[in-house]
Design a protein around this ligand. Structure first.
Ligand code: PLP
Length: 387
């Protein structure tokens, strides 16, 4: 928890006092446990929180968050009153969204305006008002006295690619859109474009409000150039990785050469081995992809490719996962860790002795990005929040 609060402080110092951080805590605070993380961030000074949905916003309110909550993917039709009752601030993408809120305000006889943030599509091609519809939206929203356009925002598709032309175009389009809204008399006080990548490397996207998620949890982007080569000139922020993922050995067995292990017998030992049975599986969020390789049936030719790409740490040493990851169990070859025993701590993300596996490492061995690895940590994994 101290690492999380530290990271918030690092970002605020980096951004300066005039930029408001909207702490993105969607998807259970990127798997870290939102009911503990959001209040801790509030304690560290966060005044705004970014969530995906009304449901996530309500969870924050129930956890005692009193700050502003931006529902970044907007509301499902029919959720307007609930959102208003919980003082959630919805993103809107269409004039219809704003009208539905105005109607809810009338039904609730609100004597204040409902603040909304307009999301515009500057090039991500996903959610957001198309730029061609900006003026129609502006004219329409001005006619809704119950709705206040508090913010305008957009999302960057490739902020970690330092020389990305698409990002430069997105920034230009966003600035042009602010000008077009101003020409219609709309000057939303909060303007935001920056996710973690842009917070790290693109001060020209900060305006007065930013929406970092990943950086809060201690991860830098994998900065790169357009051609895919790593970019080494982005100054690193002194962030601390917040989360460790640990479990235990619940079985150890010595097996002979030629022993098929786990589902489909997809891994066959080439030599006598000591195998630890570890209490973790895809039901906990460990991707089965770390063990996807040679198919069925297992033959001696499968032995090499059947070695999973993933590793764990135990007793300060690295040990490979072998065989298929199953729902609850994972097999680890601990032949070289002769003292390995039932009850030993096994680290999937974190440190053991001088060894370190980061969530990025685990993501790479699962063919994915760190975001997915963190968000996939399932409900079944108990979170322990410690200083
Ligand atoms: C709209 C929006 N803003 C901000 C973020 C935070 O992004 P990051 O975790 O890269 O900082 C996300 C995450 O996907 C997002 O969808």
């Amino acid at each position: 928890m101290s690492a999380l609060r530290h990271n918030f402080g690092v970002l605020q110092t980096h951004l300066g006092p005039d930029v408001t951080i909207c702490a993105v805590v969607k998807c259970n605070a990127y798997g870290h446990g939102v009911e503990e993380c959001a209040p801790a961030l509030q304690q560290a000074g966060a005044k705004w929180f970014g969530v995906t949905s009304t449901d996530e916003g309500i969870v924050l309110r129930q956890a005692g968050v009193t700050g502003r909550i931006l529902v970044m993917c907007g509301l499902f039709a029919g959720e307007e009153e609930e959102a208003v009752r919980n003082s959630l601030t919805p993103a809107v993408f269409r004039l219809e969204d704003a009208k539905a809120l105005a109607q809810a305000a009338a039904r609730l006889r609100l004597n204040r305006k409902i603040p909304v943030h307009l999301k515009i599509d500057t090039g991500m091609g996903r959610l957001g008002l198309p730029l061609a519809e900006l003026e129609t939206f502006a004219d329409g929203v001005k006619r809704l006295p119950q709705v206040a356009l508090e913010g305008v925002f957009s999302h960057l598709a490739s902020s970690e690619v330092v020389d990305d032309e698409g990002t430069a175009r997105q920034i230009e389009r966003f600035n042009a859109a602010l000008g077009r809204l101003a020409a219609h008399g709309l000057r939303p006080p909060l303007r935001h474009l920056a996710n973690s990548g842009a917070v790290g490397a693109r001060p020209n996207t900060w305006h007065n409000f930013v929406r970092p998620g990943l950086a809060l949890y201690g991860y830098e982007q994998q900065w790169c150039h357009r051609d895919g080569s790593p970019a080494t000139d982005v100054p690193a922020l002194p962030l601390k990785q917040v989360l460790a993922w640990k479990t235990h050995i619940i079985g150890v067995r010595d097996v002979p050469a030629g022993q098929a292990l786990g589902y489909s017998g997809a891994y066959v030992t080439a030599a006598p081995a000591r195998i630890a049975v570890v209490s973790v599986g895809y039901g906990d969020g460990l991707s089965r992809k770390v063990s996807i390789h040679a198919g069925i049936p297992a033959t001696p030719a499968d032995i090499e490719p059947a070695l999973g790409r993933g590793e764990v740490l135990l007793r300060g040493q690295r040990a490979p996962m072998v065989g298929r990851i199953s729902m609850d169990l994972t097999l680890v070859d601990v032949t070289h860790v002769s003292a390995a025993a039932i009850g030993d701590e096994v680290v999937l993300i974190g440190r053991s002795g001088h060894q370190h596996i980061t969530a990025w490492d685990l993501a790479r061995s699962s063919d994915t990005v760190v975001y997915e690895t963190l968000c996939n940590l399932s409900k079944r994994v108990p979170r322990r929040h410690v200083e």
